[in-house]
Write a protein that binds this ligand. Structure first.
Ligand code: C2E
Ligand code: MG
Ligand code: MG
Ligand code: MG
Length: 282
């Protein structure tokens, strides 16, 4: 009896593993198709200052899978990284986003001092010809480099500090700025804050969420803001969901924000409609 049960359990286990790897294989195949068939779309989420005015936006990739609907980036980006598709996908995001923002600029909807933030995977940072991809996107769109910000995570900086420094300096030479995304969730080495040409820290939303009630989150956010200010780095709070968050962050000396309180990511048409009317405030 026990033996039988054991065998069945193993059979189930095998079946589970099989369907798991089938699903994974299916996802990989779909990703290649998605790029060819234009199933990817860039969404935009506004970034705001303490007066509620728009100061720019972050480009966030969406995959509209014909059968499954929208698949979140947290699900498909890691797979795109595994199969090496992230490089082409990254180029798509750079080209598409700069073209869109250049279009808004030509229509007088995008202001000179706004920036579009574009996420770059650690894989792109380490192994792509990222500098060339950025240069191409700028040339192709005609967008000014001063309107572009590249978001990298701490993971991208960890492995090879020398190389990171070189790439970052080259990107900065173009006139493009650099933000550290999800700050505080990786290896928050203070050394790189000192040595690397970083313009801005984005405080991760996990610290902002319970800012009001959790004294440790409060302390961390306050310390990051103080450190950023002392190092002359800009600082933006992610995941600002309520007016309370916003007011508290302002009191703490953080004056730029991104989050559902100000606006959710939306497609280009909705973004222009909701956030790019001249002189829009929240
Ligand atoms: P991220 O770069 O930290 O982007 C912020 C994420 O927080 C976005 O999730 C955004 O929709 C979400 N968010 C914004 N405001 C709020 C809020 O008030 N509350 C909450 N709970 N969430 C908020 P999304 O769009 O699902 O993207 C997830 C992650 O996927 C991004 O995190 C980024 O790491 C990655 N990603 C997205 N687009 C790209 C891309 O084009 N390239 C690469 N390499 N990664 C991307
Ligand atoms: Mg980001
Ligand atoms: Mg982030
Ligand atoms: Mg994040």
């Amino acid at each position: 009896k026990a033996k039988e049960l054991g065998r069945n359990t193993f059979a189930f286990f095998q079946e589970d593993m099989q369907s798991l790897s089938d699903a994974r294989l299916q996802m990989e195949k779909s990703l290649y198709r998605a790029l060819k068939e234009n199933e990817f779309e860039v969404y935009y989420q506004p970034q705001h200052n303490d007066k509620g005015e728009v100061i720019g936006a972050e480009a966030l990739l969406r995959w509209n899978e014909p059968d499954r609907g929208f698949i979140p980036p947290m699900e498909f980006i890691p797979i795109a990284e595994d199969i090496g598709l992230i490089h082409e996908l990254g180029r798509f995001v750079l080209l598409q986003t700069t073209l869109q923002v250049a279009g808004w600029y030509k229509q007088g909807l995008w202001q000179d001092n706004w920036r579009i933030s574009i996420n770059v995977s650690p894989m792109q940072f380490a192994y792509s010809n990222l500098l060339q991809d950025i240069t191409d996107a700028l040339a192709n769109s005609g967008l000014s480099a001063s309107m572009v910000d590249i978001e990298i995570t701490e993971t991208a900086l960890m492995s090879d500090l020398e190389r990171a420094l070189e790439i970052m300096e080259q990107i900065r030479e173009l006139g493009v700025s650099l933000s550290v995304d999800d700050f505080g969730t990786g290896y928050s080495s203070l050394k790189y804050l000192k040595d690397l040409p970083i313009d801005r820290l984005k405080i991760d939303q996990s610290f902002v969420r319970d800012l009001i009630t959790d004294k440790n989150d409060y302390a961390i956010v306050l310390a990051v803001i103080a450190m950023a200010n002392a190092l002359s780095l800009k600082v933006l709070a992610e995941g600002v969901e309520t007016e309370e968050h916003f007011k508290q962050l302002e009191l703490m000396g953080c004056y730029t924000y991104q989050g559902y309180y100000f606006g959710r990511p939306c497609n280009a048409t909705d973004f222009a409609q909701n956030f790019l009317k001249a002189g829009h405030t929240a």
